[in-house]
Design a protein around this ligand. Structure first.
Ligand code: VGL
Ligand code: ZN
Length: 201
């Protein structure tokens, strides 16, 4: 059973958003086009309270994109993004959301960040996604969304570590940082994941 997991296709990661990924909106028509090829479609949403610890303005005197130590884990400080129930946290308006059966939200704990759709960055708490996918008896997971080098890669690596066969659809994702994405792709391949294009599904 083929599953598509759409990671954080939210307005704040699109051009004009507070944490925009260059050309992030170009993934939307690609995703819409491949949707019918899947037996199950699920999505993740970055879903922060407004005082989230990953926001630079939650730390006096700190700047956006600076890295700090947050309870022993390096934390990049981001502009305010994907605040719960704001337009920035909504899916891109052109994304076809009708086939999405379940949405897994992450980053809801104000004290800890969560890039992966499976676990927070300290691997303390699960979202329940792995158990959901096992109960649905899924076999192949296909990943797309934003940002390629951050939440998409973290999610794919967790999926591989959980034992799922995982594919990253390269033309249905865009990166914030190209070098970080190149490194992440290498790590994904080392874990047994495959980087592919939407025409190969
Ligand atoms: C993301 C940075 C902070 C992402 C989320 O979805 O890639 N990046 N929060
Ligand atoms: Zn976030």
């Amino acid at each position: 059973m083929k599953v598509l997991i759409i990671v954080d296709a939210q307005n704040d990661f699109m051009p004009g958003g507070t944490l925009e990924v260059p050309k992030g909106d170009e993934i939307i028509p690609v995703i819409n086009q491949i949707l019918p090829q899947f037996d199950l479609v699920i999505a993740t949403q970055d879903w922060h309270p407004e005082n989230h610890a990953s926001f630079a303005n939650s730390h006096e005197g700190k700047n956006e994109f600076e890295t700090i130590d947050l309870d022993g884990i390096p934390q990049t400080l981001w502009p305010v993004h994907c605040v719960q129930n704001t337009m920035g946290a909504d899916f891109h308006k052109e994304l076809k959301t009708a086939p999405i059966e379940a949405i897994f939200r992450k980053g809801t704990n104000s004290k800890i960040d969560s890039y992966s759709g499976f676990y927070d960055n300290a691997h303390l708490k699960s979202t329940g996604l792995a158990g959901y996918l096992r109960e649905k008896q899924t076999t192949e997971l296909y990943f797309c969304g934003l940002a390629a080098d951050i939440c998409v890669s973290f999610t794919v690596k967790d999926a591989l570590n959980e034992g799922f066969t995982s594919y990253l659809i390269q033309d249905a994702t865009r990166a914030l940082n190209a070098a970080d994405f190149a490194q992440a792709k290498q790590e994904i391949e080392e874990l047994g994941g495959k980087i592919m294009s939407s025409s190969e599904i």
